[in-house]
Design a protein around this ligand. Sequence first.
Ligand code: GUN
Length: 292
Amino acid sequence: MEIIDGKLISAQVKAELQIEVDKIRLAGGKIPHLAAVLIGDNGASETYVASKIKSCEQIGFKSTLIRRDSTSTEAEVLEIIDQLNKDEDIDGFIVQLPLPAHINVDKVIEAIDPKKDVDGFHPINIGRMAKGLPAYISATPFGVLELIKRYKIETAGKHCVVVGRSQIVGLPMSILMQRNTYPGNCTVTLVHSRTQNLKEVCLQADILVAALGKPEFITADMVKDGAVVIDVGLTRVVDESKKSGFALKGDVKFDDVAPKTSFITPVPGGVGLMTVAALMHNTLLASKNEIY
Ligand code: GUN
């Protein structure tokens, strides 16, 4: 059993990006510039956005944070997006989710210029990804693919079971793993809360991607010996013993499942750290106009 080290790999990816930015700077090229829009005061969102901005600083990207309180109207958010779409210095931007309930998230995402949609959430990017055209791939699926690649995990012909059908993880993951490329060429099954015999299907997985957001849902009796287990879950649970007052839990009961696997990602220290590296990667692609 090998533990996939998201901390190590994300640091490698960021170091590679930093080298590229240094080269761009020396050549007098355009320094990648990411903007993040944060509406309201969701604690987890604040942490995520802060780590995105910090990563920009570490790598040498420019960053801009646009904050508004939770009473902002949809029209105000759409106006910010319009400005960012037009701003030639901004290569890419994200609108941190979730948004306050009175704002229509689909409307907001569709207002983003697909060329600047470094989160890969716009229907045009999702459609292009599904067709195998160049597209921004959203951070979490990209992070998972990168871990699989860097650990040289075989995927062709394997049965990949994705647990969870969220728009930003489960669905894109299932599309990416069946593509005719590496990592991919899997036989993919997507299971969800209405699936019958979920445990039996999971037991058939050579590669199990848990992305349903239920802490420790995947137990040892659901995992085949030698399977690769990728845990995308990241739920905050109250833990008085921690300074922050909460602990992060994955979707996999790690201590019981790990001994059965060939590779497994821990939480924290696995996929989560890769997501910021993936966003930085997309921002560099945007600044070099490599997708569009
Ligand atoms: N909320 C949770 N994950 C993400 C993400 O990857 N991007 C944005 N914009 N919001 C999120």
